[in-house]
Design a protein around this ligand. Structure first.
Ligand code: URP
Ligand code: ZN
Length: 470
């Protein structure tokens, strides 16, 4: 690649990048090489960033009778077309009482031969016993160095079990990701709304108030504190109150605490639940979309406090699956698509609109998730020795988001009609050009499983200032 504005870890500089055998080998001005097999891409006037890293996807998720409508092929093609070259997927729950490696084995089978970009898996903690605690170590040795638990839904963990896995995570140097919502209050409110005939989508956010999320965020923070600052990652943060608890904990000196938000919580608000004709169902997700003041708080948090922007990509067909909730919002499967839109939206709404710098955009969407989840510097950075995962953005190009130009299997986009500046033109994964101008050129199954390393420790307690990877 020649003459693009390259975002490296410590500079934004117009220069060339030379890649060989899947790796970046040199970055510099006017690189000359004698190789006759060289493909030269002129990137003049373009921005070159590391391939995006999305550490919150739900491909092949099965929730009750509903299966998410992207598998590891369609979901990763969509990711690649949006400039993402690595995912770390959150497997759905397995059968009650299954061993911790049950879902990992299943997901290896689902991804192998299908994924088109590199991938890893988080473990899912759905009960806790001695076998599970022992298996955390075994799986960490196999590259599963993060584990998710839920404080709501069918397989929520008790306080004691949460504490046990936090303590174990600190011991092993792995990270606990949490879906934080107060299950008791939410279930009571949901059943009261339904009993009172309040079945419309506008009751979804009212049944899951921001306080329920923030309380659970704070509970997790305090448990992690008792577990000697166990590594804790808050997923899909949606509210300002939760952010305040995170900021306060860091202020008190708590270490190894990180947070993720998603584009939907930055760009869409709860007024969408009042859309007529069942349209509000498109946005049924947990936690729900929030008030405009929460969006403002989260944008503020992107400057400091929030470390990662993921997607929580969990797509269900609108016409069939989501519409099952048209007479009762609690029947609608939770989740929304967004794997392809994340990078373009964050560049456009964040960097092009001057809300976050190009550097910060790259940190939030590429570098920090790679660091936190044990794949840096192989992923998430443009540097000699790193995988040649590279995205070229045309900052002048405007695109109107439309379902018909996207690559997920799903039949809608939550961002339909959004005008975006800077859609990725080219996506390169391990040196192979796999997307050009919205066309996917790679082969199914080219993606490789990433055996992730142990989790860094945030010794400074600064959130994103991550010093080292073991
Ligand atoms: O509503 C959502 N977010 N569904 C996906 C599963 C989860 O909670 O992360
Ligand atoms: Zn969740």
């Amino acid at each position: 690649m020649k003459n693009g504005l390259v975002v490296t870890e410590d500079a934004e500089i117009i220069c060339d990048i030379l890649c060989e055998s899947e790796k970046i080998v040199r970055i510099g001005k006017n690189i000359e090489t004698a190789s006759s097999e060289l493909t030269v891409i002129d990137a003049s006037g373009k921005i070159i960033i590391p391939g995006g890293v999305d550490v919150h996807t739900h491909l092949n998720l099965v929730a009750g009778t509903n299966a998410a409508c992207d598998d590891f092929y369609t979901g990763t093609v969509a990711a690649a077309c949006g400039g993402t070259t690595t995912i770390v997927d959150h497997p759905g729950f397995g059968p009650a009482g299954c061993s911790l490696d049950h879902q990992i084995k299943k997901y290896h089978d689902l991804a192998h031969g299908r994924a088109v970009i590199d991938y890893g898996f988080h473990g899912v903690l759905q009960h806790v016993d001695d076998n599970v605690l022992a298996m955390m170590e075994t799986l960490a040795g196999e590259g599963i160095t993060s584990f998710k638990l839920y404080l709501t839904y069918g397989f929520k963990l008790s306080d004691a079990d949460v504490f046990k896995v936090l303590r174990r995570a600190k011991e092993l140097g792995v990270i606990i990701a949490v879906h934080p919502e107060n299950d008791g209050v939410i279930n009571l409110l949901r059943s009261e709304f339904i009993a009172a005939g309040k079945t419309g989508t506008e009751f979804h956010p009212l049944s899951r108030p921001a306080e329920c999320e923030a309380e659970a965020v704070n509970r997790m923070i305090l448990f992690a504190r008792i577990a000697d600052d166990a590594p804790l990652y808050i997923v899909h943060l949606s509210c300002g109150l939760g952010l305040e608890f995170i900021a306060a904990a860091r202020q008190r000196g708590q270490k190894n605490l990180w947070a993720e938000t998603c584009p939907q919580y930055l760009l869409l608000d709860e007024s969408l639940y009042s859309k007529p004709g069942g349209e509000g169902l498109k946005y049924i997700m947990c936690p729900p979309l929030r008030a405009p003041s929460d969006l403002t708080a989260l944008w503020g948090g992107l400057a400091a406090g929030i470390d990662v922007v993921g997607t929580d990509h969990c797509p269900f067909f609108f016409q069939t699956q989501k519409m099952t909730g048209k007479d009762d919002f609690t029947k609608c499967p939770n989740g929304a698509p967004g794997i392809e839109e994340r990078m373009p939206l964050m560049y456009s709404e964040g960097t092009a609109k001057g809300r976050i710098s190009l550097r910060r955009f790259t940190d939030l969407c590429c570098t920090n998730p790679a660091k936190l989840f044990g794949i840096y510097p192989q992923k998430g950075v443009i540097a000699p020795g790193s995988d040649a995962d590279i995205v070229i953005i045309d900052p002048d190009r405007q695109t109107v988001i439309s379902r018909k130009n996207l690559h997920s299997n799903v039949d809608y986009s939550a961002y339909e009609g959004f005008t975006v500046r800077g859609w990725p033109l080219i996506t390169i994964s391990r040196g192979e050009l796999i997307v050009r101008d919205g066309k996917f050129l790679g082969a199914p199954g080219r993606g490789k499983f990433l055996k992730r390393g142990k989790i860094l420790m945030d010794d400074a307690g600064q959130g994103t200032k991550i010093s080292s990877v073991e």
